[in-house]
Design a protein around this ligand. Structure first.
Ligand SMILES: NC(=O)c1ccc[n+]([C@@H]2O[C@H](COP(=O)([O-])OP(=O)(O)OC[C@H]3O[C@@H](n4cnc5c(N)ncnc54)[C@H](O)[C@@H]3O)[C@@H](O)[C@H]2O)c1
Length: 268
């Protein structure tokens, strides 16, 4: 029987992380690499994916590959599935990270371009669903696997827009909440569908992370609204939960949505 510490080790496990050349996706890759997983990074830019994979190999001494992928394009998804099978013949861990707010143009629903709404829902919900369809099939055959869908607290709670307006910042779009709520619901139902095959499916819902690009006044406002008094930190706050859900330390955990938000969602 493995010790709890041993259960967190990912040697000989193959992971695929989407949209992971930077920020939270790259953090997830680093957490897996620290535990010695083999990691495939995808990005819409082949060069960025390759550069990030090289960085992982240099830093952690693991086997890594960079693959081009637009996860909203079914042909791309099928190609990456085949690339993965050709490369290692299996996928133990899928992290659906690609997506995000991409708050360009008008984000207020009543001024927002319908095309922007469709595109955001495609990249945050349809893409992850395509990936679950393609990679889930491999996991069914293997009779094992871990799927982690990166959702958001936007999929759980409504947001008072004052904080955005008084800091002269684009407000969160309603379609982002719709897509991330969809990811959480998809996670639960997919967990039920895949449980008989030994595949665990969970979501992680981060709160706001400070990536160094937000106005200081917004960071201060947001921090004050969390219980822990700060925004999430890159290179740190998401990694632990990723490693837990990707490893056999979480073998009895499925259909969950783990909130990583410093208490924001439950703070009044
Ligand atoms: N940063 C936050 O505060 C925060 C909070 C809650 C949830 N999240 C979620 O965490 C995930 C990562 O966020 P981040 O802040 O690191 O974002 P990011 O923008 O830095 O990274 C997201 C990546 O997804 C890629 N992507 C977007 N659409 C794509 C498509 N169609 N095909 C392929 N790749 C695509 C982007 O190019 C980018 O590389 C996202 O799903 C986001 O919604 C982030």
């Amino acid at each position: 029987m493995k010790s709890t510490f041993e259960k967190f080790q990912l040697k000989n496990k193959v992971a695929l992380v989407t949209g992971a050349s930077r920020d939270l996706g790259f953090d997830a890759c680093c957490a897996l690499a620290e535990a010695q997983a083999t990691v495939a990074i995808t990005s819409r830019s082949k060069q960025k994916a390759k550069d990030a994979a090289e960085k992982l190999t240099d830093t952690y001494g693991i086997d890594a590959i960079g693959l081009e992928l637009d996860h909203t394009n079914w042909n791309d998804v099928q190609r990456v599935k085949q690339d993965m099978l050709d490369w290692k013949g299996r996928i133990d861990i899928l992290i659906n990270n690609a997506g995000g707010g991409a708050l360009l143009g008008e984000t207020n629903l009543f001024k927002r371009e319908p095309k922007a709404i469709t595109s955001l829902i495609e990249s945050n919900l349809i893409g992850p669903l395509f990936m679950c369809k393609a990679i889930g099939e491999i996991m069914i055959k293997q009779k094992s696997g871990k799927i982690i869908n990166i959702a958001s607290i936007a999929g759980l709670v409504g947001r008072n827009r004052d904080m955005y307006h008084r800091n002269d910042k684009n407000e969160q779009a309603i379609d982002y909440a719709a897509a991330k709520g969809g990811v959480i619901a998809m996670t639960r139902d997919l967990a039920a569908l895949l449980a008989p095959y030994g595949v665990c499916v969970n979501a992680v819902s981060p709160g706001g992370f400070d990536k160094g690009e937000l106005p200081a006044s917004f960071v201060a406002d947001y921090s004050a609204a969390t219980m822990l008094g700060r925004m999430g930190k890159l290179d740190s706050d998401l990694k632990g939960i990723i490693l837990f859900l990707a490893s056999s330390a979480s073998d009895y955990v499925t259909a969950q949505n783990i909130i990583v938000d410093g208490g924001f969602t439950f703070s009044k």
